[in-house]
Design a protein around this ligand. Structure first.
Ligand SMILES: Nc1ncnc2c1ncn2[C@@H]1O[C@H](COP(=O)(O)OP(=O)(O)OP(=O)(O)O)[C@@H](O)[C@H]1O
Ligand SMILES: [Mg+2]
Length: 460
């Protein structure tokens, strides 16, 4: 079981910050942090990057191994986290995505270049298809940055593919230049505003999603790796940023979703491992989109971006504590959808049929009190959905099972109608036979009212 890679990065002091550094490095992993009351805290992470560290060093340590794994179909997620103005977007993008000084290029363009290099060196093994999507979470709505008409993308969950963005634009990209062109177009649509802490402050969380599919001719296998890069909006205090009006509203939403992220990390890393405790993924769009990554189905790297100034000590301390917590997430990334083209169809049809059979049996047993609650129970037992709270999931699973249920019920009704017809014919024969054998005799002996009652019984 491999854990999450957590690094800290201290940016250079800004022109507004006084020259009192709060960090003293001990070795590549360990440093001493001093807060504004001069209390000292020692932190040990996977790697610490200081103000003189270059973008390439961060990429090589934090992102390169995850990018290589994603090309080999192991899902990966890379997140930049930290206070506003701490260097998240600088680390993720650099000063720009295209035509940028090679030395200053951020993680995203390096990942894109590296991914296509990796793909071309593996082309003799398989053929690759890369698709790109790009969304931002702005004011708790997921917006498609490659198609602004999709302003409220729904998040759905599917047992085989995990978390999905319903209807999101996916553009096929065949090389690095094409991918960077789309990424730049999408980025121009991202919400950015000016605050006293950052003249170019991200007002939304931004996720760059790559789906890398490889089809091998040799063994007819298809593998898919998902790679997600997330540049979070930063936590902020209104008195420092001077936020008011719309910017203040944005800040409140950003802080709320970041605290939801903190709650998810706390829930994942506290409590006994044997006891399944509730993880509040649904408390924000951010945690919902990151559910697979946080839940351990994906390799994850977290870059905790920090100011090196004592004036931001409390925010830095909270960023570092968040990183320490995240280190304890247990991850067990696995290759996704690794199946040969032939057996994929066979095995999926068998398991689906079995599942449907079991669901139908349970539904038939309880037809009289059939309701949504029962459907949810069945879906969860069968692993089609993971929680009963979401109407979206119930709808998705319902669509899948309901059509099969209706078909099966129609068949049952048809069988019943045939049986009824046969019984009616049999009954008519018996009735005629009975009348032929006994009625003349009985009618002769019985009082008139009994004979008429007897005749009406057979004809009804
Ligand atoms: N490692 C670094 N080297 C040089 N400049 C940096 C570095 N990190 C950040 N900066 C500069 O600091 C400023 C703030 O950085 P950035 O916009 O990346 O912050 P952020 O964490 O994304 O903030 P927000 O949450 O408000 O979006 C920018 O002007 C950026 O160029
Ligand atoms: Mg930013």
């Amino acid at each position: 079981m491999s854990n999450v890679t957590v690094c800290a990065r201290f940016r250079p002091l800004s022109s507004k910050e006084i020259r009192d550094l709060c960090v003293r490095g001990i070795d590549p992993e360990t440093f001493v942090f001093q807060d504004d009351k001069e209390d000292e805290f020692t932190f040990s992470l996977d790697r610490v990057f200081y103000e003189d560290s270059c973008q390439a060093a961060v990429y090589d340590f934090l992102a390169l191994p995850i990018m290589i794994d994603a090309v080999n179909a192991i899902n990966g997620t890379i997140i930049t986290y930290g206070q506003t103005g701490a260097g998240k977007t600088y680390s993720m993008e650099g000063p720009g995505l295209q035509d940028c000084d090679e030395h200053k290029k951020g993680l995203l363009p390096r990942v894109v270049d590296g991914m296509f290099d990796q793909i071309s060196s593996s082309k003799d093994i398989a053929s690759f298809t890369v698709k790109l999507s790009m969304v931002e979470i702005y004011m708790e709505k997921v917006r498609d940055l490659l198609d602004l008409s999709k302003g409220n993308i729904q998040i759905k969950e599917n047992k085989t593919q995990g978390i999905l963005l319903s209807g999101v634009t996916e553009v096929p990209v065949s090389d690095s230049a094409e991918a960077l062109h789309y990424l730049s177009t999408g980025l121009a649509n991202r919400a950015v505003g000016e605050t006293q802490m950052n003249i170019s402050s991200s007002r939304s969380h931004c996720a760059y999603l790559f789906t890398i599919q490889q089809d091998s001719d040799k063994d007819k296998r298809t593998k898919t790796g998902k790679l997600i890069l997330v540049d979070l909006a930063g936590s902020e205090k209104a008195d420092k940023t001077g936020a008011e009006g719309k910017v203040l509203e944005e800040a409140k939403t950003i802080n709320k979703s970041l605290s939801a992220l903190g709650n998810v990390i706390n829930a994942l890393t506290s409590g006994s491992p044997s006891k399944a405790n509730h993880i509040p993924y649904r408390d924000s769009k951010l945690t919902r989109i990151l559910q697979d990554a946080l839940g351990g189905n994906s390799r994850m790297a977290l870059l905790c971006c920090c100011s090196p100034s004592t004036s931001n000590a409390s925010e830095t301390l909270s960023t570092l504590r968040f990183g320490m917590r995240a280190k304890h997430i247990k991850a067990s990334p696995r290759a996704s959808e690794v199946k040969s083209a032939k057996t994929q169809e066979e095995s999926s049809s068998i398991t689906k049929d079995e599942k449907c059979g079991r669901i139908l049996e349970k539904m038939k047993e309880r037809m009289s009190n059939e309701d949504i609650k029962m459907l949810e129970e069945v879906f969860i037992q069968e692993g089609i959905i993971f929680s009963p709270d979401s109407i979206e999931e119930v709808e998705t699973a319902y669509e899948d099972v309901a059509s099969k249920t209706i078909k099966s019920l129609q068949q049952t009704v048809e069988e019943l109608l045939l049986k009824i017809k046969k019984l009616e014919t049999d009954n008519k024969g018996i009735q005629e036979q009975a009348l032929r054998n006994y009625v003349p005799d009985l009618v002769g002996k019985m009082p008139r009212f009994i004979s008429s009652w007897y005749a009406s019984f057979f004809t009804s």
